[in-house]
Design a protein around this ligand. Structure first.
Ligand code: RFL
Ligand code: PHB
Length: 394
């Protein structure tokens, strides 16, 4: 098999890239280890930056989103049982955030790509990257375990294979620097059949710890609570989850709506950056190269930013024989990535209770929140990051 760009991973990074390359008349094949049902059914992110929503429009895959998404002009921060409404639209000159779940974005991307006649091979195994040092790289794989080994020959290999994929490992250790922070807390996330409790997202820092109220539809709500990352989900009965959510979200005169919980799970929180994001003919994009804790809602958005830059660089290489942008790919991406890392770390630190924090540190975090509430400049800085920073000139 031969194509121009071989993409490992049908997550947001890999699939947006396939669409962007198609728009630039560049051929690609996507290899994905999971089944289509699995990819389309995994519950992850919820918040899209404005430019990602606009990009979906440009790519002609925003039909369902326009019907089903929830458009928010602000967010609510809560501490000491008081709420602060941040009017993002006012603070950023008209930008909004869109709550539309990642798996719905993936459904739209997959259906759109298949309708174009694009190739996505689901259920591959034994994916292995070869020849990125030379000019004829290939990706070896099997269509399911036990099937014969095949080769996808291409000009460029894209590691859009998430944090645990083989892409990053293909960059020699001697070339790669990795920067990491693991937080001493995780998130327990639930989906519940309940009506909406509030008109926008609430990020709450209470004495009991962090909680986030988000939404999926008028009937389905998404909520998270800070927990021990090593907790066993079996230790969290529905009654205990609601008790903690009430303790962290209720304020005098307002109480959270409950409903049956139909999905729950625990995720660890980590910050991670791999530098460089490119080696030879291999280019990393999205979670393969960087991870942020979800408090800033940046992971998916950073993944799409990488491939937007990558698609422009590949377009210049193929259509104008100009590989200068490709050579700067890693540096251009990392500049934006580190700002996303900083913002995600800031939101996480400010809004969670670190089990090891001193009373001094706790008061600093509350002062940080108070500052956002009392300074338009501080509120604007938070809002600019939350709705998505402008792109640096290429
Ligand atoms: P993905 O989505 O992990 O996709 C990688 C794909 O590669 C496949 N793969 C392989 N395929 C072939 N061969 C192999 N050897 C392979 N190894 C792996 C995998 O099966 C997978 O399908 O990475 P990508 O595309 O870089 O996208 C990143 C985003 O998924 C991630 O950053 C976000 O979900 C993070 N995130 C959030 N981001 C936001 O922008 N806004 C949010 O509100 C937000 N909330 C969240 C989040 C992540 C969460 N979790 C579960 C970590 C909330 C949560 C709870
Ligand atoms: C979500 O709805 O899943 C969500 C929203 C905001 C975040 C993280 C996750 O910061």
């Amino acid at each position: 098999m031969r194509t121009q760009v071989g993409i490992i991973g049908a997550g947001p990074a890999g699939l947006f890239l396939a669409h962007l390359l198609h728009r630039a008349s560049i051929a690609s094949v996507v290899l994905e280890s999971r089944s289509r049902e699995d990819v389309e059914g995994t519950i992850r992110a919820g918040v899209l930056e404005q430019w990602v929503v606009d990009l979906m429009g440009e790519l002609g895959i925003d039909g369902r989103m326009k019907q089903a998404a929830d458009f928010h002009t602000g967010i609510t921060l809560q501490w000491n049982q008081t709420r602060l409404h941040l009017d993002m639209q006012d603070l950023t000159g008209g930008k909004r955030v869109t709550v539309y779940p990642q798996h719905e974005v993936l459904r739209d991307l997959i259906a759109g790509r298949l309708a174009q006649g694009g190739e996505i091979v689901f259920g591959v195994s034994d994916t292995a990257i070869h020849g990125i040092d030379g000019d004829a790289p290939e990706i070896r794989f099997r269509r399911g375990s036990g099937a014969a080994e095949e080769s996808l020959h291409c000009d460029y290999v894209i590691g859009a294979d998430g944090f645990h994929g083989p892409g990053r490992q293909a960059i020699p250790k001697s070339v790669r620097s990795e920067y990491q922070k693991v937080y001493p807390f995780g998130w327990l996330g639930i989906l519940t059949n309940a009506p909406r409790s509030w008109h926008e997202l609430i990020y709450s820092n209470q004495a009991e710890g962090f909680a986030l109220l988000s939404t999926r539809s008028p009937e389905v709500q998404r909520l998270y609570i800070q927990c021990d990352p090593h907790d066993d989900i079996a230790a969290w009965s529905d009654a205990r989850i609601w008790e903690e959510l009430h303790a962290r979200l209720d304020i005098p005169g307002w109480t959270l709506h409950e409903g049956p919980i139909f999905q729950k799970g625990i995720i660890p929180l980590r910050s991670f950056v791999c530098d460089p994001m490119q080696y030879g003919r291999l280019y990393l994009a999205g979670d393969a190269a960087h991870i942020v804790p979800p408090t800033g809602a940046k992971g998916l958005n950073l993944a799409v930013a990488d491939v937007l830059i990558l698609s422009r660089a590949l377009e210049a290489a193929y259509q104008r024989n100009d590989s200068a942008l490709l050579a700067r790919y890693s540096a251009i991406c990392l500049r934006r990535v580190w700002k996303g890392e900083r913002f995600s770390w800031y939101m996480t630190t400010m809004l969670h209770r670190n089990p090891a924090e001193t009373e001094f540190e706790r008061r600093i975090h509350l002062a940080d929140l108070d500052f956002v509430g009392s300074s338009r400049a501080a509120a604007t800085a938070l809002a600019e990051n939350y709705v998505g920073l402008p792109f640096d000139p290429l």
